[in-house]
Design a protein around this ligand. Structure first.
Ligand SMILES: O=P(O)(O)OC[C@H]1O[C@](O)(CO)[C@@H](O)[C@@H]1O
Length: 383
């Protein structure tokens, strides 16, 4: 039985603390530049930024959607600085408070408006996505195995295109390498059970989702999967997290392109029509808990898949637990509570890491690189 490591509380992690004191206020500045907000919305956003920097956490107002639930979930945290709550919990609550500040659930013109849409749209129209789609043509002629691996790594490194990270860090340096690579295990298990259901728990919209869609298409056209469910967020979250609207925008971008990009889009549209590709969502994806708290229905749905592929850093933190693990802790042990086979494709963007070889940890610690948080390193881990 694995001994649980302590949960990360932001005040104990310079990286996590800076998310509240630097990254969140910067995000709020970007939002106020992007939208014609009302005086009330400006005030609510300014208060939220100030609370994050040096104030204390306030609960949702009475009567807000989910207010009772969040009051219960946050007992003991309200009235204290944000950085004194668990990092995972407080980040999720920040995004819920953001939606409240911009009237996401309030009847009126702002209801249901994706506050991050301007950033997501700019990314989708940018040159990274254009180059990504152009690269699909070159891959089309390659052998199946080589193509599959390239698409898998494309989906992994697509995770670096995270708008939250870019707000304070720019686009980040070059991708330097994988700290763990179980991709052979992943392909072997797909080949051992072809035609089954695969679940892909998505992360960011834009270039990451385009890469994910290309991977989904590959799994379906090769028959390695008979059905793929793409799980997305039910509401705007963590800046660039994909919702159904974002998936549809990516699909339209593929369809509007030429050659192989368009062909991928057309095959996916057909797969959706026949039920072989489905987009799913669940409120749990925006909850402030790790996956040990996953509701039974969702857990059972995922357990029926040949493999569940979790994309990105946040899903990783929720999968292994947002804890101060020794990096050499076994990935299999940390995820043993979840039934079925699981895989993670992630660019490293927070302190949490498990499943590493001791020598590799020593080598990376000896550099002065922020290898755990900069997004320059990636992993493929499978259990
Ligand atoms: O988009 P991803 O890969 O889930 O990354 C989001 C990451 O960004 C942060 O919100 C801030 O760095 C992390 O806390 C989080 O894990």
């Amino acid at each position: 039985m694995l001994q649980q490591a302590p949960v990360i509380v932001s005040s104990q992690s310079p990286f996590a603390a800076a998310v509240f004191t630097t990254r969140h206020p910067a995000l709020i500045d970007r939002l106020t530049d992007a939208w014609p907000y009302t005086p009330q919305q400006h005030q609510a956003l300014a208060e939220l930024a100030q609370e994050n920097v040096d104030g204390v956490m306030q609960p949702l107002p009475e009567g807000a959607v989910g207010a009772d639930r969040w009051k219960r979930w946050g007992e003991g945290y309200y009235g204290r600085p944000w950085v004194e709550a668990p990092f995972l919990w407080a980040e999720a609550f920040f995004y819920r408070r953001l939606l409240e500040a911009v009237d996401y659930y309030t009847p009126g013109p702002w209801r249901g408006v994706d506050l991050f849409a301007p950033f997501k749209q700019a990314e989708l129209a940018g040159e990274v996505v254009g180059a990504e789609i152009a690269a699909l043509a070159a891959l089309a002629g390659r052998a199946e195995q080589e193509r599959g691996q390239a698409l898998l790594l494309g989906s992994l490194w697509g995770n670096r295109a995270d708008l939250a990270l870019q707000i304070t860090a720019g686009r980040g340096g070059q991708a330097s390498g994988l700290v763990a690579d179980d991709s052979t295990v992943l392909w072997d298990l797909l080949h051992a059970r072809p035609g089954g259901a695969v679940a892909l728990v998505a992360d960011n919209a834009g270039s990451e989702t385009v890469a994910d869609l290309a991977l989904v298409d590959h799994l379906l056209t090769t028959g390695l999967a008979g059905e793929v469910a793409l799980h997305v967020k039910p509401t705007p979250y963590y800046v660039s997290d994909a919702t159904l609207t974002d998936v549809a925008d990516c699909l339209r971008t593929l369809l509007a392109s030429k050659g192989e990009g368009r062909a991928v889009g057309e095959r996916l549209r057909t797969a959706a029509k026949s039920g072989r590709w489905l987009v799913r969502t669940d409120d749990f994806w925006c909850s402030p808990f790790d996956f040990t708290a996953m509701p039974a229905e969702l857990r059972n749905e995922l357990a029926a898949a040949t493999v569940v592929v979790f994309k990105g850093d946040l899903n990783y933190r929720r999968l292994v637990g947002d804890r101060r693990w020794e990096p050499t802790t076994s990935f299999a042990a940390a995820t043993a509570y979840l039934p079925g086979r699981v895989a993670s494709l992630r660019a490293l963007k927070s302190d949490v890491i498990v499943g590493m070889e001791p020598g590799e940890v020593r080598a990376l610690e000896a550099t002065d690189e922020a290898w755990r948080t900069s997004g320059s390193h990636g992993l493929v881990q499978v259990r």
